[in-house]
Design a protein around this ligand. Structure first.
Ligand code: B1M
Length: 211
């Protein structure tokens, strides 16, 4: 097996120290940072994303794989910047105002990063004002809102309204998700996309950014 294939396999197993070792070795062998990212790290994360979607792996495996990916990306970051590898798009993400659940939001963030997007994580209990301010500041392609409570999902409409009021609605897509959220709720508040899980969210986000 080649080094990038090994890297992908180790990432899927969540073996962060080994992944870091292989990224360093691949750089020493002269493999391009772009190939290491795409054929080593992101390909491994894609496999995990697909398995997660099909209930073949669960939250703990996804989290440790994501940690291994982050460990590899940390080493690669300076090389990627200097090699001029462009990110595919920018998303701001957060859990809506009044809601402190962040496990699902963090998974969505990791999957988006796994697709090569630049993700600005606003954390939990994020107000509509902050979502919109940060979307403007980072010139984001997508605002991603997560909610786990029936009492907080209504905040998503306030994000849509705020984006309209601030005049950025035609520049930014609004994606929503979380256990109580549905497609009909998405339609009713005028958001752009509802996705039921992190893997689908990352696929849709990539499509939004790359056309
Ligand atoms: Co809370 N909680 N909780 N909780 N909690 C739920 C959500 C609840 C369903 C439990 C229950 O009663 N059965 C219930 C909500 C009821 C409702 O509104 N329908 C509930 C409640 C009531 C509460 C409190 C009000 C309890 C209290 O204090 N009385 C309180 C609220 C605090 C607050 O937020 N203001 C509360 C607190 C907490 C903890 C802090 C203890 C903890 C959160 C820890 C944390 O997140 N750091 C917690 C937890 C862990 C849960 C449960 C057990 C698990 C949630 C979770 O992380 N699931 C949950 C019960 C359950 O769901 N079984 C529950 C795993 C996660 C991977 O799934 O977040 O759904 P999920 O994300 C999925 C998809 O939804 C999707 O992708 C993810 C993976 O594929 N997705 C998106 C999520 N965001 C997306 C965004 C997208 C696209 C897809 O696009 C942008």
């Amino acid at each position: 097996m080649g080094i990038l294939e090994d890297m992908s396999t180790l990432l899927q197993q969540g073996r962060a120290p080994k992944v870091k070792e292989l990224v360093t070795q691949a750089l020493e062998e002269g493999i391009s940072p772009k190939d290491i990212l795409e054929e080593g790290l992101l390909s491994g994360m894609s496999v995990i994303g697909e398995k997660f979607k099909n209930n073949e792996v669960f939250v703990p495996e996804v989290l440790i794989a994501a940690r291994a990916m982050n460990a590899g990306v940390e080493i690669l970051k300076p090389y990627l910047v200097s090699a001029g590898v462009e990110t595919k798009g920018t998303a701001v993400i957060g859990t809506v105002k009044g809601d402190l659940h962040d496990i699902g939001k963090n998974l969505v963030k990791m999957m988006l990063e796994g697709k090569g997007l630049n993700v600005i994580d606003l954390g939990v209990d994020v107000s509509p004002e902050t979502f919109v301010e940060k979307a403007k500041e980072y010139n984001a392609d997508i605002i991603c809102c997560s909610a786990l409570l029936t009492t907080t999902m209504t905040e998503m409409k306030n994000v849509v309204d705020k984006a309209c009021a601030e005049g950025i609605r035609d520049k930014v897509k609004i994606m929503i998700g979380g256990a109580p959220v549905t497609q009909s709720f998405c339609d009713s508040i005028g958001a752009d996309y509802y996705t039921p899980d992190a893997a689908t969210a990352s696929e849709v986000a990539l499509k939004i950014c790359t056309g």
